[in-house]
Design a protein around this ligand. Structure first.
Ligand SMILES: Cc1cc2nc3c(=O)[nH]c(=O)nc-3n(C[C@H](O)[C@H](O)[C@H](O)COP(=O)(O)OP(=O)(O)OC[C@H]3O[C@@H](n4cnc5c(N)ncnc54)[C@H](O)[C@@H]3O)c2cc1C
Length: 414
């Protein structure tokens, strides 16, 4: 069986890993050279504690408030664009308690499954990728955020995740090497982290060694069809035939699916990160500055700061003001950590593939017999990567999936 995986981000590569393991002849096709992209410079957090979809109550009001501040963590570039309007309307319709309650069990299951897959990968892969299970600290400075976060943690406690609520002094004792100025925190001990570029850049040669083929700098821009199946995949360089096709094209999935006549609403949610190398004293536990929505992850001797969500379409421009928002937040939480504004060349950006209901698209197409979708993981792609890859492999090989996936129906908006 020949399988084409279109897209070599974390979702494509983990799908390739499990399909190759199942004995399939796998080819990964990517429009880029796989040296960078959304799956490389992200915050590296594996967070089963965070399974409330982006489309949740309060997000619209918060989003509107943030939109008028150029250093805020969230922005939607207003533009007359039918896809964006439809996406926004669908998001609005899903930002309610009922949708959150329905989504949590499916996201919880996939997230815990994916973490277990990472634990197995640590044993099975012959390279280190910085995987560590030290939990996640959510840090807050105001009584309002304390109240909001306590409510979120309470939903968590009811349905899936253990947490504690350390005082400012207890947060400091969890971080003995770096001074932390907060009102308090919520600690999720079940979370983990890794160094994403280390994972991605070693997984590619490992897969090549195991016989996976890679066709890079080759954009898939069309398909030929025969008898309800994709007969061939057409790139700007060649036309190839495969038995099964996996669509894992991240933020570009809406336009790739459109070539197949399938509507997969998707908006790119741009985020930035930068790495501070060789810090004298590093934090021990990945943290999120709640008011500033900044994610901070220790990666060996380095520390990565990341954040912002700009719904601006597939757009690679860097908004310096928003990066400044991240830099300005650092001394408010870590007053002794001196971090200068990074040079533009050192600012990384990635486009998160965001569905309008905050749920990924994972499953076999009902319209096209040999097509499987694996995309739309938004802020959770690294967390949900291997779990998605294994689920995709089970769907393609015909094994019974080990997790529920009906909520992730890729054609739910078609
Ligand atoms: C600042 C930031 C921090 C983040 N932190 C975290 C975190 O801590 N934890 C977490 O779980 N997630 C995090 N994320 C989200 C995570 O990075 C994404 O969800 C994930 O990388 C998406 O992976 P993907 O494989 O779906 O897409 P991508 O990595 O974007 O891969 C898609 C691939 O498809 C290729 N492609 C597209 N179109 C075509 C075509 N027509 N033909 C061929 N190839 C094509 C692209 O070139 C690309 O390589 C973060 C994101 C950002 C921006």
């Amino acid at each position: 069986m020949k399988v084409a995986i279109i897209g070599g981000g974390i979702i494509g590569l983990t799908s390739a890993y499990y399909l190759n393991k199942a004995g399939y002849d796998v080819t990964v096709l990517d429009k880029g050279d796989l040296s960078d992209g959304c799956s490389h410079g992200n915050a590296g957090m594996i967070v089963p504690s965070h399974i409330i979809p982006l489309a949740a109550p309060g997000m619209i009001a918060k989003g509107i408030r943030w939109m008028f501040n150029s250093t805020s963590p969230f922005y939607v570039r207003p533009r007359v664009n039918f896809d964006l309007l439809k996406w926004g309307w669908t998001f609005y319709r899903h930002a309610n308690k009922m949708h959150v309650a329905k989504s949590i069990p499916a996201l919880k299951e996939l997230s815990l499954y994916s973490k277990a897959c990472y634990q197995q990968l640590v044993k099975d892969l012959p390279f280190d990728f910085g995987y560590a299970e030290r939990g996640l600290l959510m840090l807050y400075q105001t009584p309002e955020t304390e109240h909001e976060e306590a409510e979120t943690a309470a939903i968590g406690k009811r349905s899936w995740s253990k947490s504690t609520d350390p005082s400012a002094e207890e947060v400091q004792s969890l971080e003995p090497d770096v001074r932390v100025t907060v009102r308090g925190g919520i600690y999720f001990p079940g979370d983990a982290h890794l160094t994403p570029q280390q994972f991605m850049q070693q997984l590619i040669p490992y897969l090549k060694k195991r016989g996976v083929s890679f066709v890079t700098n080759s954009a898939v821009n069309d398909f030929s069809m025969q008898g309800g199946k994709i007969a061939s995949v057409i790139t700007d360089q060649s036309e190839q035939t495969f038995d099964e096709i996996i669509l894992a094209t991240g933020s570009w999935s809406g336009s790739v699916a459109a070539k197949l006549g399938i509507t997969v609403p998707m908006q790119a949610g741009k985020g930035y990160s930068f790495l501070v190398n060789d810090v004298e004293k590093n934090i021990r536990i990945p943290s999120i500055f709640l008011e500033a929505r900044v994610a901070v992850t220790p990666m060996g001797k380095n520390i990565r700061f990341g954040g912002t969500m700009e719904i601006t379409g597939v757009d690679h421009r860097i908004s310096i003001n928003r990066v400044k928002g991240i830099v300005d937040a650092i001394p408010k939480y870590y007053p002794d950590l001196k971090v200068a504004m990074p040079e533009v060349k050192n600012i990384w950006h990635g486009l998160r593939p965001c569905s309008p209901d905050g749920l990924p698209y994972i499953g076999r197409s009902k319209k096209i017999q040999n097509l499987t979708f694996a995309t739309g993981h938004a802020m959770m792609g690294l967390s949900l990567g291997p779990g998605t890859g294994k689920l995709v492999a089970d769907l393609v090989t015909g094994n019974s999936p080990e997790v529920q996936h009906l909520m992730f129906d890729p054609e739910r908006f078609d």
